[in-house]
Write a protein of this length. Structure first.
Length: 316
């Protein structure tokens, strides 16, 4: 509960930075979400590092990093071979995997609550696991894009084997190939789905070769320019405009005839409740996906602050 309240206080404090004409300066990367796709061994982590999205307000929550940390702390090898592992190690590895996924979900949810920019990492092997979250996050006001990191199978196979030899976490090669084929099967669908916000990077070849590395870096530089343009473009999503508008009006309610903000409620407790009430109302009851209306619920609820008193007070 304490952590939840601290998160909300942080959220409300940042919301106060909204003011007319200052959106682009106070909230870099807000309302922008990137989905990563590409098979294991393609080099997604290296590409992300070179793109340096952190510098533009886009945060990455990496469950793999947490998973490897859990394994290391338990003294387990990063090269997992479930066919030969003792049963106790299999149970421990599954537990650590679930914990890392749970941690990542919590971190991502907090970023979304604050409408901050984020990278949603994954392989993209299952189309539904990209498409459904994409639709969900767009309903919250986000503009979305995909970074697809491609490498031919020969490159993936070599890098996967080299990763294990260097002490990194290595997956079973047969599973890696199945994952690779599943991702490639969805390539065209992702391109059609994200359209101009589909960023494709081919990292095939020997990265230790200067010529190959130079071509890859050229691609990354070109894609980075397009991505930065996408990030710096004001949100196009209608829900984002509504959220920004409510944030400004709710936190900074100005009267046109007065220089000072209108203070309808002067008690500290009233002011604390007033902050963010419209925004919270939209988040709780205004973002449902139900498009069917039936009597008596044929009218959308008001998103305005009602200021109604509880039963027994205020003359009710």
């Amino acid at each position: 509960m304490k952590l939840l309240m601290e998160s909300w206080r942080k959220y409300l404090t940042e919301a106060e930075t909204f003011s007319p004409g200052k959106w682009e300066f106070t909230a870099p990367g807000r309302f922008k979400a990137f989905f990563m796709a590409g098979g294991s061994g393609t080099g997604k982590s290296v590409v992300l590092e070179k793109l340096n999205l952190d510098a533009h307000g886009i945060q990455l929550v990496d469950p793999d990093e947490a998973f490897e940390k859990f394994l290391h702390e338990a003294g387990m090898e990063l090269k997992l071979n479930f066919d030969e592992m003792p049963r106790a190690d299999k149970i421990a590895a599954c537990h650590f995997f679930n914990q890392s996924q749970k941690w990542a979900r919590g971190e991502r949810d907090q970023l979304v609550v604050e409408r901050k920019g984020l990278v949603i990492d994954g392989t993209g092997g299952m189309y539904g696991k990209i498409n459904k979250p994409n639709q969900d996050i767009k309903s919250l006001g986000y503009d979305t894009a995909m970074i697809f990191v491609y490498a031919d199978w020969e490159t993936v196979e070599r890098r996967s084997q080299g990763r294990g030899e260097e002490g990194g976490r290595q997956l079973d090669l047969e599973k890696t190939e199945r994952s690779y084929k599943a991702v490639m099967k969805n390539l065209e669908r992702y391109e059609q789905n994200f359209k101009e916000n589909f960023f494709f990077i081919d990292v095939s070849g020997d990265e230790h070769n200067d010529e190959v590395r130079g071509k890859i870096d050229e691609q990354i530089d070109a894609v980075r320019d397009r991505i930065v343009k996408f990030i710096n473009t004001p949100p196009k999503n209608k829900m984002a405009h509504e959220w920004i508008k409510c944030s400004k009006q709710d936190v900074l309610p100005y009267n046109e005839d007065e220089e000072e903000p209108v203070q309808e409620q002067t008690e500290p407790f009233q002011q604390a409740l007033k902050k963010g009430s419209v925004r919270k109302k939209i988040r709780v009851i205004g973002l449902g996906g139900n498009k069917t209306k039936a009597k008596p619920y044929v009218k959308n609820p008001s998103m305005k602050r009602s200021k109604s008193a509880p039963p027994g007070f205020g003359g009710s």
